[in-house]
Design a protein around this ligand. Structure first.
Ligand code: FES
Length: 241
């Protein structure tokens, strides 16, 4: 079937402003928007730039705004989107070229929350054990693939690019609520800063945008509640229960 795409094109090295270009390609209804973008690149205009890698919703590299909402192009079927399919880069990041955005600061914020297990005790001979119930406490936030769809759909982030953002908070949550982790004292000060979790206005755009179905807003509120609990009881146990 023929499919019409309206794609925002922009090369900051040569263009003064973004421009819209329209393309028509042949794809199957059960193909993904990523397949249509490939068809444009391979058959209409080889200069179109976008990121993709796994093509199966795992790597998070092809998050972009499709018909006004952040989506993974590799997860969205042609038959499920209205035409023309309007494709733009995620909002709030500088555009490197076309649909590719500069995620340098995004990953700086990710690193700032120390997204790895911090434990004082040396590793045991086997694994660090925890019960299924303890694992369930942070199961939802383990699903994050760092695509950036949540952070770049957040009006608080659009207004203030220094906001740590939903994705970094989700990553912090994943370790703060892990019974094996003892890094709360290192992570919480970052999240309690002026550009930390308190910038969230519970707008729910992040939850709506997450291609992994993570309840992002709930995770943010849980981190806020943890900060309040620690303010009342600074000696609370390291891993939040
Ligand atoms: S290309 Fe990896 S998530 Fe879409």
């Amino acid at each position: 079937m023929p499919v019409r795409l309206r794609i925002q094109r922009f090369n900051p090295e040569t263009d003064s402003a973004p421009q819209w270009r329209e393309y028509t390609v042949e794809v199957e209804p059960t193909d993904r928007v990523l397949d249509a973008l490939h068809a444009v690149k391979w058959h209409c205009d080889g200069s179109l730039a976008f990121r993709r890698s796994c093509a199966h919703g795992v790597c998070g590299s092809d998050a972009m705004m499709i018909n006004g909402k952040n989506r993974l192009a590799c997860k969205l079927l042609i038959k499920d989107v209205k035409q023309p399919i309007v494709v733009e880069p995620m909002r709030g990041f500088a555009v490197v070229k076309d649909l590719i955005v500069d995620q340098t600061k995004f990953f700086e914020k990710y690193r700032a929350v120390k997204p790895y297990l911090i434990a004082a005790e040396p590793p045991p001979k086997t694994e660090r054990l925890q019960s299924p119930k303890q694992q369930e406490r942070f199961e939802d936030t383990t699903k994050c693939i760092l695509c950036g769809a949540c952070t770049t759909s957040c009006p608080s982030f659009w207004a203030n690019g220094e906001y740590v953002g939903p994705a970094a908070i989700v990553q912090a949550h994943r370790f703060l609520f892990d019974s094996r982790d003892q890094g709360a004292a290192e992570r919480l000060p970052v999240l309690n800063e002026a550009n930390g979790v308190w910038r969230c206005r519970t707008i729910f755009n992040c939850t709506d945008a997450c291609p992994r179905g993570i309840n992002v807003t709930k995770a943010i509120v849980e981190v806020q509640n943890l900060l309040v609990a620690r303010a009342k009881d600074p000696r609370g146990s390291d891993a939040a229960q």
